[in-house]
Design a binder for this molecule. Structure first.
Ligand SMILES: [Zn+2]
Length: 228
C-alpha cells in the first residue's frame, strides 16, 4: 500500500517554487516593536528574501562589506540610507515645530519633515511634507545643512534641512502631526525627536542668536503675509 505523503503546512513566507531553492528550516520570530532595541529592529527589517526572484538571501562579501545577496539571480541588497527633507520656518522669532502623532517618538516634537518620494526633488518633498503636516504653503529660501540620522529605528536617514518662508495657508495639524505650534527659542520642548533635528535646531539658533535674542521678526514683511 502506498504510504501517504506527509504534507507540511505551507508558511506564508515560503519562496516561489520556480526558484527551486530548498526551503529553509530557519524559524523566524518577530518581537513586538516596543520591546526591541533600534539595532534589533533594523536587523529584523533587512530583506530576507530576494525581491526579484524570492529565493532566500545569503550573506556575501560584496565591495568589501557583508551584504545579503541572492545566489539564484545575483541580486545584491545594498542597504542605503533614505533621503528625507525638513524645514526651519521662523516667524517673529519663533520656530515652527510639529508634534508627532505616531511612533517612532510619538508625542515628541520635530521640524516639519518626511521621507522623499521616488519622483520628487528634496525641495518638493520639503514643501509637500510642510503642507501635509502644517497646512502651510512655503517657499524654500536655501539649504541650511545636511545631516545623517542613525536614531530612526526604521532606517538610517540623510536629512536635508531647508530654511523656508510661509507664502500662505492656515496653521493646522494634519497627516501624521498631532499638533503644530511656533515656539520661542526659550520655549522649545526638550523632547525633540531625532538627533538630526536637535542638531539642526541648535545650530540654527546659535547662528541666529542675535536676532532671536531681540525677538524681532527676522523674515522680511514682504515674505511673510499675515495669513497665519
Ligand atoms: Zn534572486
Amino acid at each position: 500500500m502506498k504510504k501517504d505523503k506527509i504534507r507540511l503546512p505551507r508558511r506564508e513566507w515560503v519562496r516561489s517554487p520556480a526558484t527551486k531553492v530548498k526551503t529553509s528550516a530557519k524559524v523566524y520570530t518577530r518581537k513586538k516593536p516596543a520591546k526591541i532595541t533600534n539595532e534589533e529592529f533594523l536587523e529584523k527589517r533587512d530583506f530576507r528574501f530576494c525581491p526579484i526572484c524570492s529565493a532566500e538571501l545569503v550573506k556575501r562579501v560584496v565591495d568589501k562589506k557583508n551584504r545579503m545577496a541572492c545566489h539564484v539571480c545575483g541580486f545584491v541588497y545594498y542597504q542605503n540610507p533614505v533621503p528625507a527633507a525638513a524645514v526651519i520656518i521662523e516667524k517673529e522669532g519663533k520656530i515652527l515645530l510639529v508634534q508627532r502623532k505616531f511612533n517612532p517618538y510619538a508625542e515628541s516634537w520635530s521640524l516639519p519633515s518626511g521621507f522623499m518620494e521616488y519622483n520628487e526633488t528634496p525641495q518638493e518633498c520639503a514643501k509637500r511634507e510642510t503642507k501635509e503636516e502644517t497646512g502651510l504653503d512655503i517657499k524654500i529660501k536655501n539649504l541650511f545643512d545636511i545631516y545623517l540620522a542613525t536614531d530612526d529605528p526604521r532606517t538610517h536617514v540623510v536629512l536635508m534641512v531647508y530654511l523656508a518662508a510661509i507664502i500662505q495657508g492656515s496653521l493646522k495639524a494634519g497627516d501624521d502631526a498631532k499638533e503644530v505650534r511656533f515656539f520661542l527659542p526659550s520655549e522649545i520642548p526638550a523632547d525633540i525627536a531625532f538627533t538630526a533635528h536637535k542638531r539642526a535646531l541648535k545650530e540654527y539658533l546659535e547662528k541666529n542668536s542675535v536676532n532671536l535674542a531681540k525677538n524681532l521678526p527676522t523674515i522680511l514683511p514682504s515674505e511673510q503675509p499675515n495669513l497665519v
